[in-house]
Design a binder for this molecule. Structure first.
Ligand code: FES
Ligand SMILES: [Fe+2]
Length: 373
């Protein structure tokens, strides 16, 4: 799992003045909004006795722990300890990690890492979001598989005829023509010609009036750390899926999806679009849940790659570079959800840099990261 990236943690309309617990990179966070509507993301772990702030209450811009009522401000600093008499000062160590947030594409994003602003990798651009010819739907599903397995699954064009049969693969034409990968520091994409059979149901009715092309060009892309895009150009219009593969733990993934289409743009067709997305995911789910090893190997030679695996190989190579940079968190460095522990470590936030006087005095130690091998 990679730190030092912006992670889309929740659909924006679910983040309100009520505290909301979300999980990513094996760590719990609490999300809420200030009175002005700004999203706040704090470590969900009270430094007093490890109470879950997400079970507490929001008052003004602060959140109070449900256990002894300590109040934290949006920067993570404790501003009130109710059991202390008024003249007692609040220890400077009474603070939790606060992560920078942004609201974009109808999602609340948090920067899970401690890089200064100018060094942070970008949030990917989703041009369809602000294009009024597209209609968006949201979807989500939990899968009992590692997020890199579900991530690679989406950019893997060769599985479609086998796992999705006639949904958008074609078992009679499983060959993947050679494709060229366009890669940047943070993304890779390729246009791949597939020849799916025409869709059934509602979409199929429209198809009947169109000439059926021999190929449909699908653009498969990944954006670090966990987003994959599928752009399917159907004769009736364009369908784009952006999948956010959120690592809840090493072997559980919450897949959140933004789906955009520029046909049947009335709200009446949203349910149908969601059903299609669900059908695809339900076909993938048993396959990715049964993959072994559960975790994506670090060594490229631990699995066999062929030409059509180019996008996944590009991802694995880039991931190795980031591991060398010390951006990996995993293994023994996980805190919540993986069984009882006697210590808790958290992802270091930029607030650690902003408060150098605390340096090594933080109650919860930062995860070490580094080379996991
Ligand atoms: S555990 Fe949070 S205030 Fe005591
Ligand atoms: Fe799939």
């Amino acid at each position: 799992m990679l730190k030092n990236f912006w992670y889309a943690l929740e659909f924006a309309d679910k983040v309100t003045r009520e505290p909301r617990k979300v999980t990513c990179l094996g760590q719990d966070f609490v999300l809420y909004r200030t009175r002005a509507g700004a999203p706040v993301c704090l470590s969900d772990l009270c430094v007093h006795r490890g109470g879950a702030l997400s079970m507490g209450t929001v008052t003004d811009d602060c959140i109070a722990c449900p256990y002894h009522g300590w109040q934290y401000d949006p920067d993570g600093a404790c501003v009130k300890i109710p059991a202390n008499s008024a003249e007692r000062s609040i220890p400077r160590k009474a603070r939790v990690d606060a992560y920078p947030t942004q609201e974009r594409y109808g999602m609340v994003w948090a920067f899970l890492g401690d890089l200064p602003e100018e060094e942070r990798p970008p949030i990917p651009v989703i041009p369809e979001h602000d294009d009024s010819s597209f209609k968006a739907v949201q979807f989500e599903m939990e899968v009992n598989a590692n997020y890199e397995r579900t991530f690679e699954n989406v950019v893997d064009a060769a599985h479609t005829p086998f796992v999705h049969g006639t949904a958008f693969g074609n078992p009679d034409k499983p060959q993947i023509p050679d494709f060229r990968i366009r890669q940047t520091e943070w993304s890779a994409e390729a246009d791949i010609d597939l020849s799916p059979p025409p869709p059934g149901g509602l979409w199929g009715m429209l198809y009947k009036r169109k000439v059926r092309p021999e190929f449909v060009t699908v653009t498969n892309a990944w954006y670090l750390p966990n987003i994959v895009k599928l752009h399917i150009r159907l004769p009736i219009g364009d369908m784009l899926l952006y999948d956010f593969n959120i690592p809840l733990s090493q072997d559980r993934t919450l897949i959140k999806i933004l789906g955009y289409r520029n046909f049947f743009t009335g709200g009446w067709a949203d349910g149908n679009t969601r059903k299609r997305i669900e059908k695809i995911l339900l076909q993938d789910r048993p396959v990715v849940e049964s993959q072994r090893p559960e975790l994506l190997p670090f060594d490229l030679s631990d699995e066999l790659h062929v030409r059509s695996d180019g996008l996944q190989v590009a991802y694995r190579r880039r991931r190795l570079e980031l591991i060398k940079q010390g951006w990996w968190v995993g293994g023994d460095d996980i805190i919540t959800g993986d069984g009882p522990r006697r210590t808790a470590t958290v992802l270091p936030s930029p607030s650690r840099r902003d408060n150098p006087e605390l340096a090594s005095a933080w109650v919860h130690k930062a995860r070490t990261g580094g080379d996991p091998r």
